[in-house]
Design a protein around this ligand. Structure first.
Ligand code: C2E
Ligand code: CA
Ligand code: CA
Length: 382
Protein backbone atom coordinates (compact mmCIF):
# COMPACT_ATOMS: atom_id res chain seq x y z
CA UNK A 1 0.00 0.00 0.00
CA UNK A 2 2.71 2.40 1.09
CA UNK A 3 4.66 1.28 -1.94
CA UNK A 4 1.75 2.03 -4.27
CA UNK A 5 1.28 5.37 -2.60
CA UNK A 6 5.03 6.04 -3.11
CA UNK A 7 4.75 5.25 -6.79
CA UNK A 8 1.64 7.43 -6.98
CA UNK A 9 3.59 10.34 -5.51
CA UNK A 10 6.50 9.80 -7.91
CA UNK A 11 4.05 9.78 -10.84
CA UNK A 12 2.47 13.04 -9.64
CA UNK A 13 5.91 14.65 -9.27
CA UNK A 14 6.83 13.49 -12.79
CA UNK A 15 3.59 14.98 -14.14
CA UNK A 16 4.28 18.22 -12.28
CA UNK A 17 7.84 18.49 -13.64
CA UNK A 18 6.57 17.72 -17.16
CA UNK A 19 4.05 20.54 -16.87
CA UNK A 20 6.39 23.23 -15.49
CA UNK A 21 9.56 22.52 -17.47
CA UNK A 22 9.81 24.19 -20.93
CA UNK A 23 8.11 22.29 -23.74
CA UNK A 24 10.43 19.94 -25.61
CA UNK A 25 12.27 19.00 -22.38
CA UNK A 26 13.49 15.41 -22.21
CA UNK A 27 12.52 14.09 -18.77
CA UNK A 28 13.15 10.67 -17.26
CA UNK A 29 13.33 9.12 -13.81
CA UNK A 30 16.81 8.02 -12.82
CA UNK A 31 16.16 6.22 -9.54
CA UNK A 32 14.11 6.73 -6.36
CA UNK A 33 12.93 10.32 -6.44
CA UNK A 34 15.67 11.51 -8.81
CA UNK A 35 14.89 12.77 -12.31
CA UNK A 36 17.06 13.85 -15.22
CA UNK A 37 15.92 16.69 -17.46
CA UNK A 38 17.63 17.83 -20.66
CA UNK A 39 16.45 21.38 -21.31
CA UNK A 40 17.33 23.53 -24.32
CA UNK A 41 18.43 27.09 -23.56
CA UNK A 42 16.43 29.33 -25.88
CA UNK A 43 16.95 32.71 -24.18
CA UNK A 44 19.80 34.46 -22.31
CA UNK A 45 21.44 32.25 -19.72
CA UNK A 46 20.36 34.53 -16.85
CA UNK A 47 16.69 34.45 -17.97
CA UNK A 48 16.95 30.71 -18.36
CA UNK A 49 18.33 30.28 -14.84
CA UNK A 50 15.47 32.39 -13.43
CA UNK A 51 12.94 30.32 -15.34
CA UNK A 52 14.33 27.04 -14.01
CA UNK A 53 14.46 28.40 -10.47
CA UNK A 54 10.72 29.14 -10.71
CA UNK A 55 10.06 25.55 -11.92
CA UNK A 56 11.44 23.97 -8.78
CA UNK A 57 9.26 25.85 -6.28
CA UNK A 58 7.82 23.78 -3.39
CA UNK A 59 4.54 22.08 -4.10
CA UNK A 60 1.72 20.45 -2.16
CA UNK A 61 0.89 17.11 -3.72
CA UNK A 62 -2.62 15.66 -3.22
CA UNK A 63 -2.59 11.90 -2.93
CA UNK A 64 -6.33 11.36 -3.20
CA UNK A 65 -9.23 13.08 -4.88
CA UNK A 66 -10.73 14.40 -1.66
CA UNK A 67 -7.43 16.16 -0.85
CA UNK A 68 -7.31 14.63 2.63
CA UNK A 69 -3.97 12.93 1.98
CA UNK A 70 -1.27 15.28 0.88
CA UNK A 71 2.41 16.09 1.37
CA UNK A 72 4.78 18.92 0.65
CA UNK A 73 7.39 18.29 -2.00
CA UNK A 74 10.47 20.48 -2.26
CA UNK A 75 12.95 20.16 -5.07
CA UNK A 76 16.74 20.30 -5.13
CA UNK A 77 18.43 20.44 -8.51
CA UNK A 78 21.95 20.47 -9.93
CA UNK A 79 22.71 21.70 -13.43
CA UNK A 80 25.62 21.53 -15.86
CA UNK A 81 25.84 23.16 -19.29
CA UNK A 82 26.54 21.55 -22.66
CA UNK A 83 28.96 22.25 -24.30
CA UNK A 84 30.50 24.79 -21.86
CA UNK A 85 31.13 22.33 -19.01
CA UNK A 86 31.70 19.22 -21.15
CA UNK A 87 30.74 17.67 -24.48
CA UNK A 88 30.40 14.21 -22.90
CA UNK A 89 27.07 13.01 -21.51
CA UNK A 90 28.81 10.97 -18.79
CA UNK A 91 30.78 14.03 -17.58
CA UNK A 92 27.66 16.21 -17.64
CA UNK A 93 25.83 13.70 -15.45
CA UNK A 94 28.70 13.59 -12.95
CA UNK A 95 28.87 17.41 -12.90
CA UNK A 96 25.09 17.77 -12.47
CA UNK A 97 25.30 15.27 -9.59
CA UNK A 98 28.08 17.32 -7.97
CA UNK A 99 25.95 20.47 -8.27
CA UNK A 100 22.94 18.56 -6.87
CA UNK A 101 24.98 17.49 -3.85
CA UNK A 102 25.98 21.10 -3.33
CA UNK A 103 22.28 22.18 -3.53
CA UNK A 104 21.40 19.57 -0.89
CA UNK A 105 24.32 20.51 1.35
CA UNK A 106 23.46 24.19 1.22
CA UNK A 107 19.92 23.84 2.51
CA UNK A 108 17.97 22.07 -0.29
CA UNK A 109 15.00 23.57 -2.14
CA UNK A 110 17.16 25.30 -4.74
CA UNK A 111 19.00 24.82 -7.99
CA UNK A 112 22.81 24.97 -8.11
CA UNK A 113 24.85 25.41 -11.25
CA UNK A 114 28.21 23.76 -11.63
CA UNK A 115 30.94 26.26 -10.77
CA UNK A 116 34.70 26.11 -11.21
CA UNK A 117 35.25 25.08 -7.58
CA UNK A 118 32.87 22.12 -7.88
CA UNK A 119 34.40 21.17 -11.23
CA UNK A 120 37.90 21.26 -9.71
CA UNK A 121 36.86 19.12 -6.74
CA UNK A 122 35.12 16.58 -8.99
CA UNK A 123 37.92 16.28 -11.47
CA UNK A 124 40.51 16.00 -8.67
CA UNK A 125 38.45 13.27 -7.02
CA UNK A 126 38.10 11.29 -10.25
CA UNK A 127 41.82 11.68 -11.01
CA UNK A 128 42.68 10.40 -7.52
CA UNK A 129 40.32 7.48 -8.06
CA UNK A 130 41.91 6.65 -11.44
CA UNK A 131 45.50 6.86 -10.18
CA UNK A 132 45.08 5.17 -6.81
CA UNK A 133 45.45 1.49 -7.78
CA UNK A 134 48.63 2.17 -9.75
CA UNK A 135 50.09 4.32 -6.97
CA UNK A 136 49.53 1.48 -4.50
CA UNK A 137 51.00 -1.20 -6.76
CA UNK A 138 54.02 1.01 -7.49
CA UNK A 139 54.55 1.63 -3.76
CA UNK A 140 54.07 5.39 -4.09
CA UNK A 141 52.08 5.70 -0.86
CA UNK A 142 54.37 5.73 2.15
CA UNK A 143 53.97 5.99 5.89
CA UNK A 144 55.11 9.13 7.65
CA UNK A 145 55.51 9.00 11.41
CA UNK A 146 54.16 11.35 14.07
CA UNK A 147 55.75 11.06 17.54
CA UNK A 148 53.69 10.37 20.60
CA UNK A 149 55.31 11.78 23.75
CA UNK A 150 55.28 11.51 27.51
CA UNK A 151 53.70 14.86 28.41
CA UNK A 152 55.79 15.41 31.51
CA UNK A 153 59.23 14.79 30.02
CA UNK A 154 58.66 15.12 26.27
CA UNK A 155 60.22 11.67 25.78
CA UNK A 156 59.17 9.98 22.54
CA UNK A 157 57.25 6.85 23.52
CA UNK A 158 55.74 5.93 20.18
CA UNK A 159 54.98 6.87 16.59
CA UNK A 160 51.77 6.75 14.56
CA UNK A 161 52.12 5.76 10.90
CA UNK A 162 50.06 8.02 8.63
CA UNK A 163 49.77 7.43 4.90
CA UNK A 164 51.31 10.01 2.55
CA UNK A 165 51.07 10.21 -1.24
CA UNK A 166 52.76 12.74 -3.46
CA UNK A 167 51.65 12.65 -7.09
CA UNK A 168 53.50 14.60 -9.79
CA UNK A 169 50.31 16.04 -11.23
CA UNK A 170 48.07 16.28 -8.13
CA UNK A 171 50.70 17.32 -5.58
CA UNK A 172 50.21 16.04 -2.03
CA UNK A 173 47.07 13.93 -1.81
CA UNK A 174 45.85 13.69 1.78
CA UNK A 175 44.57 10.44 3.34
CA UNK A 176 41.22 12.14 3.91
CA UNK A 177 40.98 12.34 0.12
CA UNK A 178 42.11 8.83 -0.82
CA UNK A 179 41.26 6.49 2.11
CA UNK A 180 37.48 6.76 1.49
CA UNK A 181 38.01 6.16 -2.25
CA UNK A 182 40.23 3.16 -1.47
CA UNK A 183 37.47 1.81 0.79
CA UNK A 184 34.86 2.23 -1.95
CA UNK A 185 36.97 0.59 -4.67
CA UNK A 186 38.23 -2.24 -2.46
CA UNK A 187 41.84 -1.06 -2.89
CA UNK A 188 42.05 -0.49 0.88
CA UNK A 189 43.25 -4.06 1.48
CA UNK A 190 46.27 -3.80 -0.83
CA UNK A 191 46.97 -0.26 0.45
CA UNK A 192 46.95 -1.40 4.09
CA UNK A 193 49.14 -4.38 3.25
CA UNK A 194 51.66 -2.21 1.41
CA UNK A 195 51.76 0.37 4.23
CA UNK A 196 52.10 -2.26 6.91
CA UNK A 197 54.96 -3.99 5.07
CA UNK A 198 56.77 -0.63 4.91
CA UNK A 199 56.02 0.01 8.58
CA UNK A 200 57.47 -3.36 9.58
CA UNK A 201 60.60 -2.70 7.50
CA UNK A 202 61.01 0.80 9.00
CA UNK A 203 60.31 -0.45 12.52
CA UNK A 204 63.74 -2.06 12.79
CA UNK A 205 65.63 1.22 12.38
CA UNK A 206 63.10 3.24 14.37
CA UNK A 207 63.30 0.85 17.32
CA UNK A 208 67.09 0.82 17.16
CA UNK A 209 67.11 4.64 17.40
CA UNK A 210 64.25 4.90 19.94
CA UNK A 211 64.38 1.75 22.10
CA UNK A 212 61.01 0.64 23.46
CA UNK A 213 58.81 2.84 21.22
CA UNK A 214 55.43 1.54 20.07
CA UNK A 215 54.35 1.86 16.46
CA UNK A 216 50.69 2.55 15.77
CA UNK A 217 48.85 2.01 12.49
CA UNK A 218 45.30 2.73 11.29
CA UNK A 219 42.86 0.27 9.81
CA UNK A 220 39.57 0.68 8.01
CA UNK A 221 36.41 -0.86 9.50
CA UNK A 222 35.82 -3.14 6.52
CA UNK A 223 39.18 -4.88 7.04
CA UNK A 224 38.24 -5.70 10.59
CA UNK A 225 34.73 -6.85 9.63
CA UNK A 226 36.03 -9.74 7.48
CA UNK A 227 38.98 -11.74 8.76
CA UNK A 228 41.30 -9.92 6.38
CA UNK A 229 43.31 -7.88 8.89
CA UNK A 230 43.74 -10.75 11.32
CA UNK A 231 44.88 -13.05 8.49
CA UNK A 232 47.35 -10.47 7.17
CA UNK A 233 48.82 -9.87 10.63
CA UNK A 234 49.01 -13.60 11.34
CA UNK A 235 50.95 -14.18 8.11
CA UNK A 236 53.32 -11.36 8.98
CA UNK A 237 53.77 -12.54 12.55
CA UNK A 238 54.68 -15.98 11.19
CA UNK A 239 57.23 -14.49 8.78
CA UNK A 240 58.65 -12.25 11.50
CA UNK A 241 58.70 -15.02 14.06
CA UNK A 242 56.30 -13.25 16.36
CA UNK A 243 57.83 -9.78 16.05
CA UNK A 244 54.51 -7.90 16.18
CA UNK A 245 54.93 -6.97 19.84
CA UNK A 246 55.09 -3.21 20.17
CA UNK A 247 52.57 -2.49 17.39
CA UNK A 248 49.30 -0.72 18.14
CA UNK A 249 46.19 -1.01 15.98
CA UNK A 250 44.01 2.14 15.99
CA UNK A 251 40.34 1.55 15.31
CA UNK A 252 37.48 4.02 15.58
CA UNK A 253 34.32 3.86 17.64
CA UNK A 254 32.38 3.11 14.45
CA UNK A 255 34.31 -0.19 14.13
CA UNK A 256 32.77 -1.20 17.45
CA UNK A 257 29.36 -1.04 15.78
CA UNK A 258 30.16 -4.37 14.08
CA UNK A 259 28.66 -7.43 15.73
CA UNK A 260 30.05 -7.64 19.31
CA UNK A 261 30.99 -11.33 19.07
CA UNK A 262 32.70 -10.91 15.70
CA UNK A 263 34.70 -7.84 16.73
CA UNK A 264 35.77 -9.39 20.04
CA UNK A 265 37.06 -12.51 18.27
CA UNK A 266 38.95 -10.41 15.72
CA UNK A 267 40.46 -8.08 18.30
CA UNK A 268 41.38 -10.91 20.64
CA UNK A 269 43.11 -12.72 17.75
CA UNK A 270 45.05 -9.56 16.90
CA UNK A 271 45.99 -9.01 20.56
CA UNK A 272 47.22 -12.60 20.80
CA UNK A 273 49.82 -11.63 18.19
CA UNK A 274 51.17 -9.02 20.62
CA UNK A 275 49.40 -6.02 19.04
CA UNK A 276 47.71 -3.53 21.38
CA UNK A 277 44.34 -2.03 20.46
CA UNK A 278 43.53 1.68 20.74
CA UNK A 279 40.25 3.49 20.11
CA UNK A 280 41.00 6.45 17.83
CA UNK A 281 39.11 9.79 17.85
CA UNK A 282 37.47 8.80 21.14
CA UNK A 283 34.45 10.89 22.10
CA UNK A 284 33.72 12.04 18.56
CA UNK A 285 30.90 9.62 17.96
CA UNK A 286 28.53 7.59 20.05
CA UNK A 287 30.04 4.74 22.08
CA UNK A 288 28.25 2.16 24.11
CA UNK A 289 30.11 2.29 27.42
CA UNK A 290 29.12 -1.26 28.33
CA UNK A 291 30.56 -2.47 25.04
CA UNK A 292 33.69 -0.46 25.62
CA UNK A 293 34.18 -2.12 28.99
CA UNK A 294 33.77 -5.60 27.51
CA UNK A 295 36.05 -5.07 24.49
CA UNK A 296 39.64 -6.27 24.51
CA UNK A 297 41.21 -2.78 24.19
CA UNK A 298 44.10 -1.11 25.99
CA UNK A 299 44.00 2.53 25.03
CA UNK A 300 41.87 5.57 24.14
CA UNK A 301 43.00 8.45 21.94
CA UNK A 302 41.04 11.58 22.84
CA UNK A 303 39.69 13.21 19.70
CA UNK A 304 41.57 16.37 18.76
CA UNK A 305 38.40 18.48 18.76
CA UNK A 306 38.40 18.28 22.59
CA UNK A 307 42.07 19.27 22.76
CA UNK A 308 41.42 22.19 20.41
CA UNK A 309 38.56 23.32 22.67
CA UNK A 310 40.41 23.08 25.99
CA UNK A 311 40.07 26.82 26.52
CA UNK A 312 36.34 26.19 27.09
CA UNK A 313 35.26 24.74 30.41
CA UNK A 314 32.86 22.19 28.85
CA UNK A 315 35.73 20.55 26.96
CA UNK A 316 37.84 20.47 30.12
CA UNK A 317 34.96 18.62 31.80
CA UNK A 318 34.66 16.16 28.91
CA UNK A 319 38.40 15.41 28.92
CA UNK A 320 38.33 14.99 32.72
CA UNK A 321 35.40 12.58 32.28
CA UNK A 322 37.22 10.55 29.61
CA UNK A 323 40.29 10.34 31.86
CA UNK A 324 38.17 9.13 34.80
CA UNK A 325 36.49 6.54 32.58
CA UNK A 326 39.85 5.36 31.20
CA UNK A 327 41.24 5.17 34.73
CA UNK A 328 38.43 2.93 35.97
CA UNK A 329 38.65 0.72 32.86
CA UNK A 330 42.45 0.65 33.26
CA UNK A 331 43.09 2.06 29.82
CA UNK A 332 45.96 4.27 28.69
CA UNK A 333 45.06 7.67 27.25
CA UNK A 334 46.72 9.82 24.60
CA UNK A 335 45.43 13.29 23.74
CA UNK A 336 45.56 14.05 20.03
CA UNK A 337 46.10 17.39 18.31
CA UNK A 338 48.14 19.20 20.99
CA UNK A 339 49.20 22.42 19.31
CA UNK A 340 50.38 24.69 22.13
CA UNK A 341 51.81 24.97 25.62
CA UNK A 342 48.46 25.93 27.21
CA UNK A 343 46.83 22.71 25.97
CA UNK A 344 49.80 20.68 27.19
CA UNK A 345 49.61 22.30 30.64
CA UNK A 346 45.85 21.79 30.96
CA UNK A 347 46.15 18.13 29.95
CA UNK A 348 48.88 17.52 32.51
CA UNK A 349 46.82 19.26 35.19
CA UNK A 350 43.91 16.91 34.36
CA UNK A 351 46.18 13.88 34.67
CA UNK A 352 46.66 13.06 30.99
CA UNK A 353 50.20 11.75 30.58
CA UNK A 354 50.58 11.17 26.84
CA UNK A 355 50.04 13.32 23.78
CA UNK A 356 50.57 13.78 20.10
CA UNK A 357 50.33 16.93 18.00
CA UNK A 358 52.00 19.70 16.04
CA UNK A 359 53.31 21.26 19.30
CA UNK A 360 55.73 18.32 19.40
CA UNK A 361 56.04 17.35 15.76
CA UNK A 362 54.17 16.98 12.50
CA UNK A 363 54.17 13.54 10.85
CA UNK A 364 57.66 13.11 9.34
CA UNK A 365 59.32 10.93 6.68
CA UNK A 366 61.59 8.21 8.04
CA UNK A 367 64.82 10.11 7.33
CA UNK A 368 63.62 13.05 9.47
CA UNK A 369 62.42 10.72 12.23
CA UNK A 370 65.92 9.29 12.47
CA UNK A 371 67.42 12.67 13.40
CA UNK A 372 64.80 13.60 16.03
CA UNK A 373 66.10 13.95 19.60
CA UNK A 374 64.81 11.36 22.06
CA UNK A 375 62.99 14.08 24.02
CA UNK A 376 60.91 16.73 22.27
CA UNK A 377 60.63 20.21 23.79
CA UNK A 378 62.61 19.25 26.91
CA UNK A 379 62.61 22.99 27.78
CA UNK A 380 58.92 22.58 28.62
CA UNK A 381 59.60 20.13 31.47
CA UNK A 382 57.79 21.34 34.56
P1 C2E B 1 43.86 10.11 12.48
O1 C2E B 1 44.24 8.68 12.61
O2 C2E B 1 43.00 10.71 13.55
O3 C2E B 1 45.23 10.87 12.36
C1 C2E B 1 45.50 12.10 12.92
C2 C2E B 1 45.40 13.19 11.89
O4 C2E B 1 45.56 14.46 12.54
C3 C2E B 1 46.50 13.12 10.86
O5 C2E B 1 45.96 13.65 9.64
C4 C2E B 1 47.55 14.08 11.42
O6 C2E B 1 48.40 14.59 10.45
C5 C2E B 1 46.66 15.14 12.01
N1 C2E B 1 47.29 15.87 13.15
C6 C2E B 1 48.25 15.42 13.98
N2 C2E B 1 48.55 16.35 14.91
C7 C2E B 1 47.75 17.41 14.67
C8 C2E B 1 47.59 18.69 15.30
O7 C2E B 1 48.25 19.05 16.28
N3 C2E B 1 46.65 19.51 14.78
C9 C2E B 1 45.89 19.16 13.69
N4 C2E B 1 44.97 20.04 13.24
N5 C2E B 1 46.00 17.96 13.06
C10 C2E B 1 46.94 17.09 13.57
P2 C2E B 1 46.17 12.87 8.29
O8 C2E B 1 47.52 12.28 8.24
O9 C2E B 1 45.73 13.79 7.22
O10 C2E B 1 45.18 11.64 8.42
C11 C2E B 1 43.80 11.83 8.42
C12 C2E B 1 43.11 10.52 8.72
O11 C2E B 1 43.29 9.60 7.64
C13 C2E B 1 43.67 9.81 9.93
O12 C2E B 1 43.14 10.38 11.08
C14 C2E B 1 43.23 8.37 9.68
O13 C2E B 1 41.88 8.21 10.08
C15 C2E B 1 43.28 8.28 8.17
N6 C2E B 1 44.50 7.57 7.80
C16 C2E B 1 45.75 8.06 7.69
N7 C2E B 1 46.62 7.06 7.32
C17 C2E B 1 45.86 5.93 7.21
C18 C2E B 1 46.16 4.55 6.89
O14 C2E B 1 47.29 4.17 6.65
N8 C2E B 1 45.09 3.68 6.87
C19 C2E B 1 43.81 4.07 7.17
N9 C2E B 1 42.85 3.16 7.13
N10 C2E B 1 43.52 5.34 7.49
C20 C2E B 1 44.52 6.26 7.53
CA1 CA C 1 44.86 7.34 14.11
CA1 CA D 1 42.72 10.40 15.61
Amino acid sequence: MAKNRGFGAIRLIAQHLGSVLPSGTFLCRRSGDEFIAVVTVSESLDDFKDKLQRCIKPLVIQLNVTGSAHFNATFSAGAALYPDDSGEVSDLLIFADTALLSAKESGRNQIRWLDSQMMFATSRKSKIDNKLALAISQGKIHPHYQPEVDLLTGKIIGFEALARWHDEELGNVSPSEFIALAEQSGAIASLTQSLFAQLVADSRVIKARFPGVRLAFNSSPQLLGGKWLLTMLKTLAFELEGALAGFVLEITESDLALSPEEISIQLQGIMDLGVKIAIDDFGKSYSSLSRLASMPIQKLKIDMSFTAGLAQEENVKIVAGILALAHSLELEVTAEGVENQAQRDTLLRLGCMQAQGYFYSRPLPLKDVMVLPRNLRPDQVA
